[in-house]
Design a protein around this ligand. Structure first.
Ligand SMILES: [Zn+2]
Length: 334
């Protein structure tokens, strides 16, 4: 009896020991599985955007090397349709006003006006013309360097300056509306405003077959936001499928204290006093003083050497994320 009881006791101890070891092994295994699972549980990136999102801590860190010079590396959204329409229109102008009749020569000239989306762009604008010699001089520079600019002309200057206007279009330049006789929009009635704008468009169309889509108000005055003047103006521009073009930077070429050298320095500075970069900017000049022409003659090669393309305002806008929208007010492209 005693022997059997001892045997049972030993068996019980063995079972307890064995059970404990098994339980310990099971716990250990569970612990290992948990550790392995935790160490492997990193969220998989669902797409490239998620992984590219910067950490808030990283953005808070001061950057050692600030890069104020803008670069155009991302491809802007130039659509094939817009580019085909642009090519077609440019070929029409070269055919009509460029002195070429051979179709392959016309195509080759327009091919030379191509836009490289990966390169930086700037839109120079010349107001108050056309004039005889000074507008010719600006166009000579455009032709020499294959540069395109935008001329905001006055309606009363159209008749008598047809050769300059035709040459603008043949060189791929753009013509914008600067009212019939440099009227201050803020002093006009709605009817006068419409006449000042639509008379220019009508005359441009009858002389050149050209449809104008840009309006630059003289003195850059177009009423405060929400004012009756602004609302009336925007309404007229919408009716005519036009947008307002302000500027990013003025060349200050109408200041008597600004020499050709100062105009040049202002226009080629990578950043202006407000921190706006040159890429995608709209620069205000006038084709009515010799010093502006003198400065522009140096500005074009300087900026082309830095990789800038001279484009029209419409090209600048269509090549940007913003695009062109009727009734909008643009001071630069974004
Ligand atoms: Zn003006």
């Amino acid at each position: 009896m005693k022997k059997r009881a001892r045997k049972r006791k030993r068996l019980k101890r063995m079972l307890l020991l064995f059970g404990g070891a098994a339980a310990f092994a099971a716990l250990l295994a569970l612990f290992i599985v948990l550790i392995v699972r935790l160490s492997c549980h990193k969220p998989e990136p669902t797409n490239a955007v998620a992984t590219a999102a910067p950490s808030p801590y990283e953005t808070a860190l001061p950057t050692e090397t600030p890069t104020p010079v803008p670069t155009a590396t991302a491809k802007p959204p130039i659509t094939d349709d817009w580019y085909a329409a642009r090519t077609d229109l440019l070929e029409q102008y070269v055919r009509a006003f460029g002195g070429l009749s051979d179709e392959s020569e016309i195509r080759a000239r327009v091919a030379g006006m191509a836009i490289d989306p990966a390169q930086k762009r700037v839109a120079f604008t010349f107001d108050d013309g056309p004039q005889d010699d000074l507008t010719d001089a600006v166009l000579d520079i455009c032709e020499q360097y294959n540069a395109r600019v935008t001329f905001f002309i006055m309606g009363r200057h159209i008749v008598g300056h047809e050769p300059q206007l035709k040459r603008m279009l043949a060189l791929g330049c753009e013509i914008g509306n600067h009212t019939w006789d440099h009227a201050d929009v803020e002093t006009l009635t709605a009817e006068q405003m419409r006449q000042q704008i639509e008379d220019v468009n009508r005359t441009l169309f009858s002389v050149l077959g050209y449809r104008c889509h840009l309006f630059r108000p003289p003195y850059i005055r177009y009423g405060d936001k929400g004012s009756e003047t602004r609302n009336t103006l925007i309404g007229i521009l919408r009716d005519n499928e036009m947008a307002i073009v302000n500027h990013t930077r003025s060349s200050h070429d109408t200041y008597s204290t600004y020499s050709a050298d100062r105009i040049y320095e202002r226009c080629v500075a990578e950043t202006d006093e407000l921190g706006h970069g040159l890429h995608n900017s709209i620069i205000l000049c006038h084709d009515k003083t010799e010093k502006t022409v003198e400065a522009f003659r140096r500005i074009v090669p300087t900026l082309q050497e830095r990789g800038y393309q001279f484009v029209t305002v419409s090209e600048l806008l269509y090549c940007s994320e913003d695009g062109f929208h009727v009734g909008w007010i643009y001071s630069k492209a974004d």
